[in-house]
Design a protein around this ligand. Structure first.
Ligand code: PLP
Length: 407
């Protein structure tokens, strides 16, 4: 499929916004959904909506097959060893909180260390802050280098035998930095710690192999990779998950319930209390089929071209600061001198261009960048070079609008 064929699969892209063709560049916040996913949800609700793992009736069996079939698709997609290692959750935030609440509470104590970085999304900061406060552990940060990358030397210096958990994002949602998580995992393991990877911004854009990364936990959200909102995945190594306690208790996750005690189902269901996210998982399965049909390597290459093309042009516009390293995934975070990013986003919106403005759920990183907010354009498989041109023209217009042509 070429980009025009890909675009045809996304009905939402073919509309006017403020009398201009929509240019959707807010993919790091959430991606659009192809007809394949919309149809999968439609079919589920029209033809076989039912609860799973319960009834012996035909619809129940179809729904269970759809739900568990999606789990196998996820397993293959990230190359996990077993479907028992794939837990369906609401999204990255829930996945990371589950690790902190279950593994963290059982394995982290006073005097221990938890290591993260200042570039993390709030979802990969606050669960660890809370864990540190509750246990008396110390939260430590791997410092960032000037260009917004991490050096392995600094990782070696920060992670010690006292470290119990290292939690790092694979790709930054602000800088586009691709962190060396495989190498960081090796350093974590050498010191006896587990490695948690926030895969929210990597999984939609590049081939993931959790066995090759050798991470212990890996979290991601479906909605950033063409699937519906409300579905995500926590991957965990089976030997760790088996020893961990669930964090949600109720129906679906139990084996046997007595008046004063209960036992849990085996993996992965012991972590999926209550009626699961059936439609979401089926939608995620359809999204995976679609992304695999296009090819993750092709998607990565396409986005790389778009972002490099955008940055080349932005470099030529005086007064624009671009944050982050040259080698990055398909997003560009920037500021225009003397224009608030919300104003940038508002002027672009009037041109039909959707970008994000704000702190991007990364307030410590904003502090490190010495800004209160930034604007961000983030690309996906359906964006085109023509859209980059429209975006760049929009930036020039924004500058003119605010009277900054003579920087
Ligand atoms: N981590 C990163 C790097 C993100 O970009 C996001 C979402 O923007 C999250 C975590 C949280 O994802 P969710 O809101 O889907 O739980």
């Amino acid at each position: 499929m070429n980009v025009q064929e890909i675009r045809k699969q996304f009905p939402i892209l073919h509309q006017q916004v403020n009398n201009h063709p929509l240019v959707y560049l807010d993919n790091a916040a959430t991606s659009q959904k192809p007809v394949q996913v919309i149809e999968a949800l439609n079919r589920y609700y029209r033809e076989y909506n039912s609860n799973v793992h319960r009834g012996v009736h035909t619809l129940g069996t179809l729904a269970t097959d759809g739900y568990e079939g999606a789990r196998e698709k996820v397993r293959k997609f990230i190359n996990a060893k077993s479907v028992q290692e794939i837990i369906f959750v609401r999204g990255t935030t829930t996945a990371l909180n589950t690790v902190a609440a279950s593994y963290g509470r059982a394995n982290v104590g006073e005097g221990d260390e938890i290591v993260i970085t200042p570039m993390e999304h709030h979802s990969n900061i606050i669960p660890w802050q809370q864990l540190a406060k509750a246990t008396g552990a110390t939260l430590k940060y791997i410092p960032l280098q000037e260009d917004g990358t991490i050096s392995l030397e600094d990782v070696e210096k920060t992670v010690t035998p006292k470290t119990k958990i290292v939690a790092v994002m694979y790709v930054s949602n602000v800088l586009g930095t691709i962190n060396p998580v495989k190498e960081i995992a090796a350093i974590a393991h050498k010191n006896g710690a587990v490695m948690v990877v926030d895969g929210a911004q990597s999984t939609p854009h590049m081939k993931i192999d959790v066995q090759d990364l050798d991470c212990d936990f890996y979290a991601f959200s479906g909605h950033k990779m063409c699937a519906p909102t409300g579905i995500g995945v926590l991957y965990g190594k089976k030997e760790l998950l088996e020893k961990m306690e669930p964090v949600e208790f109720g129906g679906e996750m139990i084996d046997f319930v007595d008046l004063y005690d209960s036992t849990w189902k085996e993996l992965p269901w012991k972590f999926e209390g209550g009626t699961p996210i059936i439609a979401g998982a089926i939608g995620l399965g359809a999204a995976i089929d679609f992304l695999e049909e296009v090819g993750l390597d092709k998607i990565a290459e396409h986005e790389h071209k778009l972002v490099q093309y955008a940055m080349e042009q932005m470099k030529e516009i005086e007064g624009i600061t671009v944050y982050g390293p040259k080698e990055r995934t398909g997003l560009v975070t920037f500021n225009i001198k003397d224009v608030h990013p919300h104003d940038v986003a508002t002027v672009l919106d009037a041109e039909g261009i959707a970008v994000r403005a704000g702190h991007h759920c990364a307030q410590p990183l904003m502090k490190w960048l010495n800004v209160s907010a930034t604007a961000r354009a983030s690309f996906y498989l359906y964006n085109t070079e023509e859209e980059v041109d429209i975006f760049v023209k929009g930036l020039i217009k924004t500058k003119e609008y605010f009277g900054n042509v003579l920087f």
